[in-house]
Ligand binder design. Structure first.
Ligand code: CMC
Length: 422
């Protein structure tokens, strides 16, 4: 049996046979046979917008691998900075390469004083930190004018390092501003996660000593969130990047996509939902409401995973370790009950709705003291390395500018009617 599909234009009887390669069929053959007939696929449900060699995701089998390495092994044995190197450069670093990478990232964590003093401190006192982050990342474009030279690999690498390094600084800066605390400068003696926690929580001590269990938990969460192939924000990154915009504004575009409750804002929505449910007894009535179409069970369901999200399994283990240190998040019992009830309910099982990465991540962040507004920001920090890996790949592929077609369904031509005659 040939590994191909045949498309027949019933108007003319003409056919074209298209081979199936890497699980897809090339749209060029379709275009040749059916010029002007567009493939209608809102939300890209059936479209592979690119080929990619970065992350492999099998939603049926619940598999997630970065550059071939299973997420479970990376979460157990690696660090976020090593994973970021892997995503950007394609291979795990040698000890020497890793030292150089870590040094570069560590020495690019500072932000220009104007970004902090004039820009960040110019926001309204109750600004959402994710809105601040999106704007600040875009503003970096005005500080690094060399970033426009996207054809030069060395220049690109420099911006990649700057972005990965500065995200935690901007994130912590947004938080400190929103709670009226002074900005904490990066500490180059600390690891990536410990330095972020220092910038978040340091008060008057000479050096902030993060609890190692909590610093490791953050690092593991960063590994789990580093990439997820062609998700909404990565697609935004590729679309903006395809116009050859600089990486700062492209990253700001991706971060804006991440801000929404259907994507990076979901863990925030989970906590709000659990708080609203409030007690054990309210779980079943809440599930009934969801089934009746009154809202969604936040942290459940995924466009690609139709099985348990492998990241959710790892996060559940991390949650236990974190709660040992912080004490149990009181919302945990409601979450566990919600999961139990949903997984036993035909509505959820028949639609293959399982907990996703966001179901438990918010509980961990909350137990560690992060305000809910910071949750999407915590997602954006590590996802930056994934976005940039895809941006680099896009440029190497020499892809054309993203420009989908539409099926026009509006009015036919009509004549303008002056306002007085309407
Ligand atoms: N609660 C209740 N019903 C749901 C849910 C949910 N969370 N998710 C999907 N459904 C139902 C939906 O109503 C539909 O039912 P029907 O066929 O009767 O109309 C069916 O399941 C299919 O839903 P869909 O909206 O077509 O699925 P989608 O692939 O477009 O949506 C999703 C994926 C993640 C946006 C959605 O599941 C959702 O809104 N989940 C809640 C928000 C959430 O947790 N988002 C985080 C995603 S993981 C983080 C990341 O990787 O970015």
């Amino acid at each position: 049996m040939p590994d191909s599909v045949t498309i027949t234009d019933n108007r003319t009887g003409e056919s074209v046979e298209i081979p199936i390669v890497d699980g897809g069929v090339d749209s060029e053959q379709w275009r040749k046979l059916l010029p002007g007939i567009w493939f209608y696929d809102p939300a890209f449900m059936t479209t592979a917008a690119t080929s990619s060699g970065i992350t492999e995701l099998d939603g049926e089998a619940g598999v997630l691998r970065y550059k071939g390495y299973p997420i479970e092994q990376l979460a157990e044995q690696s660090t976020y900075l090593e994973v970021a190197y892997l995503l950007i450069n394609g291979e795990l670093p040698t000890a020497e390469q890793f030292d150089a990478w870590k040094h570069e990232i560590t020495y690019h964590t500072f932000i220009h004083e104007n970004v902090r003093k004039r820009f960040m401190e110019g926001f309204h006192y109750d600004a959402h930190p994710m809105g601040m982050l999106v704007s600040a990342v875009a503003a970096l474009s005005t500080f690094y004018l060399d970033a426009k030279d996207i054809d030069d690999r060395e220049v690109r690498d420099k911006q990649i390092i700057r972005l990965i390094a500065k995200m935690p600084t901007l994130a912590a800066c947004a938080h400190r501003f929103s709670v009226g605390q002074p900005f904490v400068y990066p500490d180059n003696n600390l690891d990536f996660a410990a330095n972020f926690l220092s910038m978040m929580w340091k008060v008057a001590e000479p050096q902030y000593a993060a609890n190692p269990v909590l610093a490791r938990a953050i690092d593991v969460l960063f590994i789990l969130h580093a990439d997820h192939e062609q998700n909404c924000s990565t697609t935004a990154m590729r679309v903006v990047g395809s116009s050859h915009a600089d990486p700062y504004v492209a990253t700001a575009g991706a971060a804006a996509a991440l801000y929404g409750p259907r994507h990076g804002g979901a863990n925030e929505a989970v906590i709000r939902m659990l708080t609203e449910i409030g007690s054990y007894e309210n779980v079943e009535p809440f599930i009934d409401d969801v089934k009746a179409g009154k809202g969604r069970l936040q942290g459940f369901g995924h466009r690609v995973y139709k099985n348990y999200d492998p990241r959710a399994k790892i996060i559940k283990r991390v949650a236990d370790e974190v709660f040992e240190v912080t004490g149990k998040n009181p919302l945990l019992d409601i979450a566990l009950k919600l999961e139990e009830v949903a997984l036993a309910d035909e509505y959820f099982t028949s639609r293959r709705l399982y907990p996703n990465v966001d179901f438990y991540s918010g509980l961990i962040y909350q137990a560690m003291g992060f305000p809910i507004d910071m949750f999407p920001v915590l997602f954006a920090i590590p996802r930056t390395s994934g976005w940039l890996a895809h941006w680099g790949e896009l440029l190497e592929q020499g892809q054309k500018i993203a420009r989908p077609r539409q099926l026009y369904t509006g009015p036919a031509q009509r004549d303008y009617v002056p306002m007085g005659s309407r």
